[in-house]
Write a protein that binds this ligand. Structure first.
Ligand code: ZN
Ligand code: ZN
Length: 184
């Protein structure tokens, strides 16, 4: 019997998900343990990586468990990695055996965006660098949003993309920034 990293007691059982992946599932918290071997076997049967879906209509009720978690297979601490790409939760990874812990509903949320076949990439430096860029841009976005107000910010964004697409970009910027319309 293997210990659930969240409930910290025995009682995880091996089940096959609807997608044919073999996991250890905890009935009490709804979390799932994906061993590296099982995930890799599933990945190779799964075939080509599905293209990521940008938007999702569905909202998943995910509660990240922030307590330190211990790997059910090799007892090392699991490290948290933010998923990003519009998903604001973390997945836990064992750097030693490569297993992954998903809290309740996380698999479904990943699957909804076709990221369930890229979980192994979330732990790469490249993926995490993208996540940080995304966070910075979200942060700037909210700073400008509160400074300009919703309506002006939307207008400014539209004007900006119009200017960026223009062939006479510099002249447009000068014109917009100048109080005197006759100055060229
Ligand atoms: Zn549990
Ligand atoms: Zn481990």
């Amino acid at each position: 019997m293997t210990k659930c990293p969240v409930c910290k007691r025995q009682g995880m059982t091996r089940v096959a998900t609807g997608d044919g992946l073999s996991v250890l599932a905890c009935d009490a918290c709804g979390g799932q343990w994906l061993s590296r071997k099982d995930y890799e076997a599933w990945l190779s049967a799964h075939g080509e990586t599905l293209p990521e879906k940008a938007y999702s209509e569905v909202k998943f009720d995910i509660e990240d468990v922030h307590d330190a978690k211990v790997c059910p297979d090799c007892s090392r601490f699991l490290l948290k990695y933010r998923v990003g790409h519009g998903l604001d939760f973390y997945v836990d990874h064992c750097g030693s055996c490569g297993g992954v812990w998903l809290d309740k509903h996380e698999w479904n949320a990943l699957k909804d965006k076709n990221l369930h076949d890229e979980i192994h990439r979330v732990f790469s430096t490249h993926w995490q660098a993208d996540v940080r860029k995304e966070q910075m841009s979200d942060c700037l976005d909210s700073v400008y949003r509160s400074r300009f107000g919703e309506k002006d910010y939307e207008m400014a964004r539209q004007v900006r993309s119009w200017i960026q697409a223009s062939e006479d970009r510099d002249a447009l910027i000068r014109f917009l920034a100048d109080d005197d319309p006759y100055a060229v």
